[in-house]
Design a protein around this ligand. Structure first.
Ligand SMILES: C[S@@+](CC[C@H](N)C(=O)[O-])C[C@H]1O[C@@H](n2cnc3c(N)ncnc32)[C@H](O)[C@@H]1O
Length: 243
């Protein structure tokens, strides 16, 4: 029997943005593992999954989702190890398939990548595949209501976990710039966007697809949490001018 782990993108948070393929895989999986920050607190991915599933084969795995990257990383690694060990124990005992639900897309800055790598080391015969999901970047563009990129414009997506020079470089390069994980450094982020002369073309999209969704011009955004995405659009001419 094939033993497989399927990383399933569940979109940014709105259950309506789960794909038909994802619902089919989640429904068929022997168990659906969901990432949480604490064992007794459901996460966003779990809420999306539960909105569709008629079974209750759901199990939480704790990750250090919100820890910064500049402090000690022991807790983060311990969580990856513990989660992978639990998943492998499940797959050894039950064979068949286990699904792991992750916000957005599993190939974009997702916990799934680290988990899959560790599971493969512990269980070399395991098959691993993914089901794509709608990213926060796409949901943010939709919520702002503007085209993200046109014609020859480049698109830069970057996580603001470390220095902000990468943001300066991206803004200088031109095209659309999307910043993930910038909530903690919003004031600095806003300063850099203003210095690049782009503040009137920038938005902050928070808690997309949830009842707390908030879309504000970056110029008027003073605080934001972890689930926030900043979109900076390039200046544009008339129709087709970017081709
Ligand atoms: C670990 S990354 C996950 C990205 C995800 N895999 C994707 O494909 O979009 C987490 C970052 O994604 C963004 N994000 C994810 N869900 C979001 C949401 N519902 N609203 C706003 N931003 C979100 C935030 O910038 C957050 O810091």
């Amino acid at each position: 029997m094939t033993v497989e782990l399927i990383g399933i993108g569940v979109g940014p948070g709105d259950p309506d943005l789960l794909t038909v393929a994802a619902v089919r895989e989640l429904s068929a999986a022997g168990r659906v593992f969901v990432p949480v920050m604490a064992p007794d607190t459901p996460g966003r991915a779990e809420a999306v999954v539960r909105a569709h599933l008629t079974h209750d084969r759901i199990e939480r795995l704790v990750f250090a989702l919100n820890d910064g990257v500049d402090g000690p990383q022991r807790r983060r690694h311990d969580c990856w190890d513990a989660a992978a060990t639990r998943l492998v124990a499940y797959l050894r005992e039950h064979a068949g398939s286990a699904a792991f639900a992750t916000l957005g897309d599993p190939s974009m800055y997702s916990t799934f990548g680290y988990l899959a790598q560790t599971v493969r080391e512990l269980l070399p015969g395991v098959q691993i595949r993914t089901v794509p999901g709608i990213t926060a970047m796409q949901a943010a563009a939709s919520a702002v209501g503007l085209t993200l990129v046109e014609g020859a414009e480049p698109l830069t997506l970057l996580p603001l976990t470390r220095d902000l020079e990468t943001l300066d470089d991206a803004l200088a390069r031109g095209g659309a710039v999307i910043a993930y994980k910038g909530g903690r450094r919003l004031a600095q982020l806003r300063e850099r966007v203003a210095a690049a002369g782009a503040l009137d073309r920038a938005w902050c999209a928070e808690h997309l697809g949830t009842p707390h969704e908030r879309i504000t011009p970056l110029a008027h955004t003073h605080t934001a949490g972890y689930l926030s995405t900043v979109v900076v659009l390039p200046p544009r001419g008339g129709r087709g001018a970017q081709l």
